[in-house]
Design a protein around this ligand. Structure first.
Ligand code: AMP
Ligand code: MG
Length: 335
């Protein structure tokens, strides 16, 4: 059976397992993370739906579990600034913010280190990475038990409100999560403040638990508010963070054969044969594997220099919707 990444629970899941977060539960949770499973855990803001951020298929399962119809970049949780600096490049201002507010509800978007082990799906193909150090003893304990950075959006189905208790997570995600670490009600109930620190000015991307005035006091400079409430599909003004990865090559969808000079983005066992550049998202037709490979595949084929990337049809449903959403955006004419 192909894995469609849809709402059917995989066989490694039982009933939603709420565990009192003792030593043995934390050890099991760490093992689940290293095995590529999802673990929900409390932070000081809301419950997070965590996966090993270095494992693309584990990250793809986050999107499947949330039922998100599109890929958006995820926040990565790390134990401290030292770990964060191995994953992303911190400017002076970014470092000052991290030193002042971490651990705490501030997410800092920085440029990915060239050799970062973080999956490209986490960044939705962007050259940047959103990092934060959670101020909650169980989140910290899970990070250390797992020994991996954790990609963790809010632990709720897409379009539902964020979960602030283990019972909320269980109601919303049911059997889609391997374990829920119970840490009681979360403190803020409000998500982290997100700032872009990739450029010379600090830009507010999402208002949240840390007030903007507190950031400005630490920076001694204004925070640019222009992009609050960013609509990811809206055009961005120059100088702002690119909201979406877009390949240079043009994209031809639903290709069943390949034309001269085209690169091939294949899916499944029946790929047309070509001597040109090609990348199969998943030979076995597994949408979880395909989602994990999507951004690396686009980047690789783009780098081949082909003017057009021909994309084989990919089934809708589950993660297929998010994959097709991204490919459709990439195929849309650009101004
Ligand atoms: P959530 O999925 O609810 O945790 O929200 C994550 C927030 O962080 C969203 O507002 C994302 O757009 C933002 N975010 C995460 N990674 C990036 C990134 N690389 N660049 C810009 N925004 C990001
Ligand atoms: Mg959310």
């Amino acid at each position: 059976m192909p894995n469609t990444g849809d709402s059917k629970p995989p066989e490694w899941l039982f009933a939603a397992v709420i565990r009192n977060a003792d030593v043995s539960a934390l050890r099991d949770a760490g093992q689940h993370i290293r095995a590529g499973h999802l673990v929900a855990f409390p932070t000081e803001t809301v419950y997070g739906l965590g996966a090993d951020a270095t494992n693309g298929e584990a990250v793809a399962r986050i999107f499947a579990a949330k039922g998100r119809p599109h890929f958006n970049p995820l926040i990565v949780h790390v134990p401290d600034l030292g770990h964060a600096e191995r994953l992303g490049i911190f400017s002076g201002a970014a470092t000052r913010l991290a030193e002042a507010f971490w651990p705490g509800p501030l997410t800092i978007v920085v440029t990915r280190q060239a050799d970062t082990p973080i999956s490209e799906l986490v960044s939705a193909g962007l050259p940047s990475l959103a990092l934060r150090v959670p101020d909650h003893p169980l989140a910290q304990a899970l990070l250390r038990a797992a020994g991996r950075p954790l990609a963790a959006p809010s632990a709720n189905r897409s379009g539902h409100v964020s979960a602030t208790s283990a019972a909320h997570v269980a109601e919303d995600l049911e059997t889609r999560v391997a374990m829920i670490l119970d840490g009681g009600a979360t403190q803020h109930g409000l998500e982290s403040t997100v700032v872009d620190a990739t450029g010379s000015a600090i830009v507010l991307l999402r208002p949240g638990a840390v007030p903007i005035e507190a950031l400005e006091r630490v920076l001694g400079a204004p925070v640019v508010r222009a992009s609050a409430n960013v609509d990811p599909s809206a055009p961005r003004s120059p100088g702002q963070l690119e909201s979406h990865y877009a390949p240079r090559a043009s994209i031809r969808l639903n290709a069943t054969h390949i034309q001269t000079g085209e690169a091939l983005l294949a899916f499944g066992a029946d790929a047309p044969s070509t001597a040109g550049p090609q990348f199969n998202l998943s030979r076995s037709g597994d949408l979880v594997e395909a989602a994990a490979n999507l951004f690396a595949a686009l980047r690789t084929l783009d780098a081949s220099g082909a003017a057009t990337i021909a994309v084989m049809p990919i089934p809708n449903g589950g993660l297929g919707d998010a994959i097709n959403d991204r490919l459709k955006r990439a195929a849309a004419p650009r101004s």
